[in-house]
Design a protein around this ligand. Structure first.
Ligand SMILES: [Zn+2]
Ligand SMILES: [Zn+2]
Ligand SMILES: [Zn+2]
Length: 102
């Protein structure tokens, strides 16, 4: 038996700890800003970067599929408050709310 080297090169999301493999969306469903919680924008939502995508396409940055959340830090993630790209948005600092938080 040969020992295969770990060939996957997918990053691990620092927030949900899932591997960013195709079809593995983020578990972080909400953000909190100024004591208000907002549902994050899913891949394929009207306000998402990929609003015209079909179901087979995944986000080219975090590999999330339509109907899943972008991983935190994905360049294509959108702010649910201002609908700008998350990393250029100037909203009040957000806290991420993990749906499986304990
Ligand atoms: Zn994630
Ligand atoms: Zn993404
Ligand atoms: Zn914003």
């Amino acid at each position: 038996m040969e020992k295969d080297k770990q060939t996957t090169s997918y990053a691990i999301c620092a927030f949900c700890k899932r591997t960013m493999a195709p079809g593995c969306g983020c578990d972080v469903a909400q953000i909190e800003s100024d004591d208000v919680r907002y549902e994050r924008i899913k891949v394929g939502d009207p306000n998402d970067t990929f609003h015209d995508m079909d179901g087979e396409v995944t986000c080219h940055d975090c590999n999330a599929r339509k109907g899943q959340y972008h991983h935190v830090g994905c360049a294509c993630d959108r702010c649910p408050i201002c609908h700008d790209q998350f990393f250029i948005c100037r909203c009040v600092p957000h806290a991420y709310i993990n749906t499986y938080a304990d």
